[in-house]
Design a protein around this ligand. Structure first.
Ligand code: NAP
Length: 523
């Protein structure tokens, strides 16, 4: 049970500042960290299950997407028996962890934040090497991980001393928040530290135990995060690191009767499957499993005739091609008002053609590689589809080099029925569509089964009012890009097939991992 104690005086939450890599001393420190990280390439990493390290000899190999001949790390994979053991142990340790005072759990989360902060360049370098993030993108990811620890520590203290209830005469009336139990954490690879940290820390600091099944694309970053949890003092059995293929051990973890909740961030199809499997009660199960599922997007930016066109073009380029378009919040549709359509396209093509693509560790490159050979193949197949659905105005194929490089690609004149307008591609491919007027632009923006992020560029206050009212997206931005949500300021989560709208980094997020108990005592 979360104890009711006055929260210790913590400074108000503020976002972690980003490091400026253009400063020579910063760049030198980053290079030194990269050299240290590279010296660890190829190392074996163990599982962590039931409070002890485990090795199976069945290894998952993680490659550097900028240079796939380089093995970043090898990770022992859990088999079915170990994965089941992880959940069973997390379940049996849960009551002890749940009894720890919220203040103590919050303190551990703050220590984790401090440790990641101390090792920031090192984590940046792992993200550059294993996820193919450019330095500024890696820095934003690592900073967000720190933010999640700091923010959820404060939220845990908040829910430990909730607002008083109405007091009936002759009664003491109280609401207390309890953790749920043992949960499974299934994060994606595209924010391999931030989302992994946010999902794990929220559940842990609220008093749950967790089994982390990291993405198979970024297992080394997850192993490094597990080091932080250990060093911060989280008890050895409060978390398990059960690396392995989602398609092999995923169902087992989701279906296990001792699994109390599943926290998933990833693609629509996997999320829907998890939701379905988790809904069916299994023998010995005495609860309805809670599923938090944050899924894909097909995010649009509307550019109105009354927009500042230069800033709209910049916002679209940053949102569409930051981290190679591999953000759930990425702009994959630009919907442009007829009178400014041609001018917008011209400015857009010029900017996109100037973007450089190459190894993520080179600061001059705006885009690094996509995550894997498989992802590159899927994206190239969408580019082929796009050739039949629109007019290619930039990019259109692989970019030179040994890595999984792709040119930033733009198709114009795309109809709303086109597959590249409707389906999540998750790569550097942008569809541009022409709208008759602002109302039509909003209609096109909403013509999707997703509803994650969106943006509108206009100077007209009435159109801004309409967008606020009618643009159906969990995260709406006005006159700015649609990526780059900040913890505390932009609680994050989407509508419809984008998921359960849990609003990560927001004041209510911890409620996903808590249940409330009302207690009335006759005096
Ligand atoms: P994914 O393929 O759905 O995988 C997500 C996680 O689920 C991975 O850890 C994966 O493990 C695991 N998994 C796969 N199959 C499973 C199964 N049958 N049972 C249990 N777990 C399973 O997604 P991704 O490619 O990593 O990430 C990209 C997607 O995430 C995009 O659609 C993007 O829009 C979405 N995303 C959404 C948000 C948001 O907040 N809404 C944020 C970031 C990303 P393996 O790696 O071993 O397969």
């Amino acid at each position: 049970m979360m104890t009711r104690a006055a929260p210790p005086a913590l400074a108000a939450f503020t976002n972690e500042p980003y490091t400026d890599f253009s400063k020579p001393e910063v760049w030198a420190a980053a290079q030194a960290a990269l050299a240290r990280v590279r010296s660890e390439f190829g190392r074996e990493h163990e599982l962590w299950i039931a409070g002890v390290p485990q090795r199976t000899g069945d290894l998952l190999t993680s490659l550097n997407p900028s240079r796939p001949s380089e093995v970043v790390g090898r990770h022992h994979k859990a088999n079915a028996e170990l994965a089941a053991g992880a959940i069973e142990d997390a379940h049996s340790y849960f009551p002890e962890w749940a009894r720890t005072p919220a203040e103590h759990r919050a303190e551990l989360a703050l220590r984790a934040a401090a440790l990641i902060r101390e090792r920031k360049f090192e984590f940046d370098a792992w993200l550059v090497s294993e996820a193919g993030k450019t330095w500024p993108e890696a820095e934003a990811d690592v900073s967000e991980a720190i933010d999640f620890c700091e923010y959820y520590a404060r939220q845990a203290l908040h829910f430990a001393s909730p607002d008083p209830l109405v007091q009936l005469p002759g009664e003491h009336d109280q609401l207390v928040y309890l953790p749920l139990g043992a949960g499974v954490i299934l994060p994606p690879w595209n924010f391999p530290l931030a989302i992994l940290t946010g999902m794990t820390m929220a559940a842990l600091v609220a008093g749950n135990t967790v089994v982390i099944k990291p993405s198979s694309e970024t297992p080394v970053i997850a192993a490094k995060f597990a080091e932080v949890l250990h060093a911060a003092g989280f008890p050895p059995r409060s978390f398990a690191l059960s690396t392995g293929s989602g398609s092999v051990i995923g169902d087992l973890l989701v279906e296990h009767p001792k699994t109390r909740f599943v926290s998933f961030t990833g693609s629509r199809d996997v999320g829907l499957r998890i939701n379905e499997l988790a809904a069916k009660p299994r023998r010995g199960q005495v609860w309805i499993k809670r599923v938090v599922a944050e899924m894909g997007g097909k995010d649009a930016i509307v550019v109105d005739r009354e927009a500042d066109l230069e800033s709209a073009v910049l916002g679209v380029v940053q949102s569409a091609f930051g981290y190679q378009g591999q953000k759930c919040s990425a702009c994959s549709r630009a919907i442009v008002d007829d009178p400014v359509y041609d001018a917008f396209l011209e400015k857009l093509a010029t900017r996109v053609k100037a973007l450089t693509v190459g190894p993520a560790e080179e600061l001059a490159n705006a885009l690094g590689p996509v995550i894997s050979a498989g992802a590159r193949k899927t994206i190239l197949s969408y580019i082929e589809i796009g050739r039949g659905e629109g007019r290619l105005i930039a990019g259109g194929g692989p970019a030179p080099g040994d890595g999984y490089f792709l040119e930033p690609t733009v198709f114009a004149g795309v109809d709303s029925r086109a597959r590249i307008f409707q389906e999540e591609i998750f790569g550097p491919v942008l569809a541009v569509s022409r709208a008759r007027d602002f109302g039509h632009a909003l209609e096109l923006a909403n013509d999707t089964e997703y509803g994650l992020t969106g943006a509108v560029y206009t100077r007209n206050p009435e159109k801004i009012r309409l967008a606020r009212e009618q643009f159906f997206a969990g995260n709406l931005y006005i006159n700015r890009k649609c990526t780059g949500a900040m913890v505390g300021a932009h609680p994050f989560g989407g509508f419809n097939m984008s998921g359960t709208d849990s609003k990560a980094g927001g004041p209510d997020y911890l409620l996903q991992f808590l249940q409330a108990k009302s207690i009335a005592e006759r005096l």
